[in-house]
Write a protein that binds this ligand. Sequence first.
Ligand SMILES: *[C@@H]1O[C@H](CO)[C@@H](O)[C@H](O)[C@H]1NC(C)=O
Ligand SMILES: *[C@@H]1O[C@H](CO)[C@@H](O)[C@H](O)[C@H]1NC(C)=O
Ligand SMILES: *[C@@H]1O[C@H](CO)[C@@H](O)[C@H](O)[C@H]1NC(C)=O
Ligand SMILES: *[C@@H]1O[C@H](CO)[C@@H](O)[C@H](O)[C@H]1NC(C)=O
Ligand SMILES: CC(=O)N[C@H]1CO[C@H](CO)[C@@H](O)[C@@H]1O
Length: 524
Amino acid sequence: LLDSTETRVAASLFVDPARQAASAPAAGKTFNPLHPASCLGCVYVVSIIEQLAQVHNSTTKEALERLCNFLPEINYLCFATFPFRIETEMNADMVCYSLKLCKQDAGQPRCLLYHTPKVSYPWLSEMTDIMKNNLPYEDFDGDKFSAFPTLRGYHWRGKDCNDGRPTVYPGRRTQKSFFFPNQGVDPKDGIPYEQKFCTESKGVILLGDSAGARFHIPTEWMTAAQLSLKSFSNLPLAFTNELDWPQFSGTTGYLNSTIGGWTDSVYLRLYRRNRCNHRDFQNISKNGMFLLMDLSSRNLSKPLLNSLLDNPAIVIYAAIGNDVCNGKPDTVAHMTTPEQMHSNVMQTLDYLNGHLPKGSHVILTGLVDGRFLWDQLHKRYHPLGQLNNDITYEQLYSFLSCLQANPCNDWLSSNKTLRDLTSERALQLSNVLKEIARSKKYANFDIFYMDFPLVEIAEEWHSRGGEAWQLIEPTDGFHPSQIASALGARIFWQKALREWPHILGKENPFNKQIEDVFGDQGGY
Ligand SMILES: *[C@@H]1O[C@H](CO)[C@@H](O)[C@H](O)[C@H]1NC(C)=O
Ligand SMILES: *[C@@H]1O[C@H](CO)[C@@H](O)[C@H](O)[C@H]1NC(C)=O
Ligand SMILES: *[C@@H]1O[C@H](CO)[C@@H](O)[C@H](O)[C@H]1NC(C)=O
Ligand SMILES: *[C@@H]1O[C@H](CO)[C@@H](O)[C@H](O)[C@H]1NC(C)=O
Ligand SMILES: CC(=O)N[C@H]1CO[C@H](CO)[C@@H](O)[C@@H]1O
């Protein structure tokens, strides 16, 4: 459910079959317009239209035109999809029930985002065929990289991949694009640059969930007062990257952040330490990939590895939260148990031991204490509710739960008992990881554990004058923000430098020469 929720909810904000082909997960074959996502998408769009009308003192029709003009690429759909007039007496909840994009299932409560529903007027409009019929979409083909940034391209794994050749991927010792400009050989003396400059190189691989991939819905899309053509200029990029921004992430990020905060990452730091660690990163993260450990049976893609041909890698296994977070009403029954956790992690480690080159490192990071989310946010206003102070995160969470589209029914819940119980389970699962790291030995890698550094991140941010709530993604109220991600990379790095410096390798004395010969290759 989680898997489909994050991307589908977002996809439905702008219902467009072409984009869905790129953004929808391969969970099912059809997009059901009556999925909770269509309700969320509708409530969002109608709220924005109403707020635009309010901000610009215009009619809703003018506001709709304004919004559609912000979205030139899909504006034909914009008009097709909203052939209705919004009565000012109705708020977004009511409009969407009228449009039948929100529906009340038998025996279920009616889900409302706003606390003060206005009177429902008995008007109905026609839904267009596009909304009535199931929209087909293709299975998402993730196997495209190198020349193209998104669609799981080089934002995810750098430019050293080749679509057509499975043997071409980051970290392979036999071919490094790093050396391409001169065929790898110094024309002056015929000696390969690698021999001259590189004694040890290593890559970084992240096995993670949407937090690792930097899930983010731009806040600009939510604030009517600031909406402009520019606000949506990143829409195609955002959707073709599944609303993830791995190019800014704390593990594999390498581009300056355009989504707030700044970029700092383990990859960037490894690269600065040793310029031979170039383009060697893989993002094997996926939204809602709970139990991502179970690489074999769940068809999750494995990192590309070859124990004989690759450079050693630092593999970060980031559990964070998806083992306890789910959108099921009986959420506790669906949490990973410590026994399952143990078995999943052991399977992954066995796989890695069979595929990682000797001298690699695996770092297991523990689960976060997600009570932080509720504590920091529940009383604050969501970006969509800031114009009129009418939507708090508490309202958003309960609306999402009601729609069965809450990414984490247990931590994003007003039930304190449940939140505490979830943290207790998270702690048990972290302890499983800790114990494995303490007691297991592998031939091809050494293994370490670290807690998710939430406390250190919050302290560091506080000492820089920041506020704790800024560490959470404002739009979804759930994922770590860009700031948290960058600070996390720094804290990770410092801990590794202090406690396990050997995993980071030595500083390369030839960094300067490498730069002189190859110039700035952009870090990826
Ligand atoms: C809003 O528009 C109406 C009609 O065009 C006008 O009478 C009113 O003064 C405007 N209000 C503001 C605050 O500009
Ligand atoms: C990021 O920004 C810094 C300073 O603003 C600049 O020096 C650097 O080249 C930028 N990096 C990229 C990859 O754009
Ligand atoms: C896994 O992938 C195979 C081949 O692509 C497919 O036949 C199978 O149904 C998939 N299994 C699951 C659980 O998705
Ligand atoms: C809160 O959660 C606990 C644990 O799941 C459950 O037993 C209890 O009934 C819930 N309380 C309410 C008011 O829903
Ligand atoms: C688990 C997962 O989503 N892995 C993805 C990592 O990125 C590659 C492409 O770079 C995808 O093919 C995988 O699906």
